[in-house]
Design a protein around this ligand. Structure first.
Ligand code: ADP
Ligand code: MG
Length: 348
C-alpha cells in the first residue's frame, strides 16, 4: 500500500525544494528551451512544471515512474562523466507515493495531441488518456505529502520559509540557464496570479540576473573571469597525466565599494560546471576577500566554477547538491588570490 512506498521514497523527495529541483532538472535534461513553474498557494495546493522538451516516448509510459527506472544512464562508466542531472530514476516514483501526481506529454510528431498519464502509488501506470498538448511535458504535483499527516502539517507550518527557499533555488537555475526561458508564477487562494520572475532563452547570465533581480542590480556588479591552474604543470615528460588542471571561475560579484547605501541583492549562488550546488568553503573565501574591502555589506555572488570532471565527485549525496572537490585547499587559495587581484584592479 501507500505507506510502504512512502517509507521507501524518503530519499530524493524530502521537501518542496527537492520536488521543484528534480522536476526542473528533468525538464533541462529533456532539452527544454522553455520551462514554466506554476505554484498554487505557494506550492501547498499544487506545483506544475511545464516544458517544451523532447516529451516521453509511448514505449516508456509503463516504466517511467517505476523505482530506479531511468532513461539516462547507459553504462556504469557514465556515472563519472555525468552530463545529465538525473540518473537515479527516483523522483517520479517518489512523487507517485507522496502526492496526487500526473503527467501530460507529447512528442514533436504527436502534438497538438498528447497523452495524460495517471499512476498508482507504486508508480505503476494506471491509465492513459488522449488530451490536447503542445510538444513537451507537464508534470503536476498536487497535495504534496497527503496521507503523511505529520509531514503535511510540517509543510503547512513552514510553507513561507519553504517557498522562499524554493525561489532561491529557482533563481539559481534561471540565472545559469542561458539556453532556456524560465518563468515562475504563484496563484494564491484569492485567485490573484503573480509572475515572480521570467527570463528569456538565449540570454547572457547577466541578462538573466537582470530579469530575476531587477536591472537596478547590474551597476553594482562586476563581471568575474578568474582563471588559474590547480597545479603548475611539472615537466614529467610524455607519461604525465593528461588531466586538465585549468580552472575558470565565471560570473558576477558585488563591486567592493559602490555608492552610498546602494547595493546589490545579497544572494549568493554557486555552480560547478553550471550545476547549482552548495559550496560553503568557496562561499567563505568570497566573503572573506569581500569583507577586507567592505565590512558593512554581504556581496552578491554568482560564481560558476568550470573544471575537469575528474576534479570532483557529485555522486556523494542523494540530492546531488553536495560536491566533493578533490583538491580543495589549492582551489580555495587560488580563488582567494585571483579574486583579490580582480578587486585590486577595480576603478572604485
Ligand atoms: P531520472 O531523472 O533520474 O532518470 P526521474 O524519476 O526523475 O529519474 O525520471 C524518470 C524518467 O522519466 C527519466 O529518465 C525520463 O526518461 C523521464 N522524464 C521525466 N521527466 C521528463 C520530462 N520533463 N521530459 C521528458 N522525459 C522526462
Ligand atoms: Mg530526474
Amino acid at each position: 500500500g501507500r505507506t510502504v512506498h512512502q517509507i521507501q521514497s524518503g530519499q530524493v523527495i524530502v521537501d518542496l525544494c527537492s520536488v521543484v529541483k528534480e522536476l526542473v532538472e528533468n525538464s533541462l535534461d529533456a532539452g527544454a528551451t522553455s520551462i514554466e513553474i506554476r505554484f498554487k498557494n505557494n506550492g501547498l495546493d499544487s506545483i506544475e512544471v511545464q516544458d517544451n522538451g523532447s516529451g516521453i516516448v509511448s514505449q516508456n509510459y509503463e516504466t517511467i515512474a517505476l523505482k530506479h527506472y531511468t532513461s539516462k544512464l547507459s553504462s556504469y562508466d557514465d556515472l563519472s562523466s555525468l552530463q545529465t542531472f538525473g540518473f537515479r530514476g527516483e523522483a517520479l516514483s517518489s512523487l507517485c507515493a507522496l502526492s496526487n501526481f500526473h503527467i501530460t506529454t507529447a512528442r514533436a510528431d504527436e502534438a497538438p495531441k498528447g497523452t495524460r498519464l495517471d499512476f498508482e502509488v507504486s508508480g505503476k501506470l494506471r491509465s492513459t488518456q488522449v488530451v490536447a498538448s503542445q510538444k513537451g511535458t507537464t508534470v503536476a504535483v498536487e497535495n504534496l505529502f497527503m496521507g503523511l499527516p505529520v509531514r503535511r502539517r510540517e509543510l503547512e507550518k513552514n510553507i513561507k520559509r519553504e517557498y522562499g527557499k524554493v525561489l532561491g533555488i529557482l533563481q539559481a537555475y534561471a540565472c545559469i540557464s542561458t539556453q532556456a526561458r524560465i518563468s515562475v508564477s504563484n496563484i494564491m487562494a484569492k485567485g490573484k496570479k503573480s509572475v515572480v520572475f521570467a527570463t528569456n532563452s538565449n540570454q547572457t547570465t547577466r541578462e538573466n540576473i537582470a530579469n530575476v533581480f531587477g536591472a537596478k542590480a547590474l551597476p553594482a556588479l562586476v563581471a568575474m573571469n578568474l582563471s588559474f591552474e590547480l597545479h603548475p604543470t611539472k615537466t614529467q615528460g610524455p607519461t604525465s597525466s593528461p588531466e586538465n588542471k585549468q580552472v575558470q571561475v565565471l560570473g558576477h560579484v558585488s563591486r567592493p565599494i559602490f555608492g552610498e547605501g546602494r547595493q546589490a541583492p545579497d544572494r549568493q549562488m554557486f555552480f560547478v560546471n553550471s550545476r547549482p550546488c552548495g559550496l560553503p568553503q568557496v562561499a567563505k573565501i568570497f566573503n572573506e576577500v569581500y569583507k577586507s574591502y567592505n565590512f558593512s555589506q554581504l556581496p552578491f555572488i554568482f560564481a560558476n566554477i568550470l573544471l575537469d570532471t575528474n576534479a570532483y565527485d557529485v555522486n556523494v549525496s542523494p540530492d546531488k547538491r553536495t560536491i566533493l572537490l578533490h583538491d580543495q585547499t589549492t582551489l580555495l587559495e587560488s580563488i582567494r588570490g585571483s579574486l583579490t587581484a580582480l578587486f585590486e584592479n577595480q576603478d572604485q
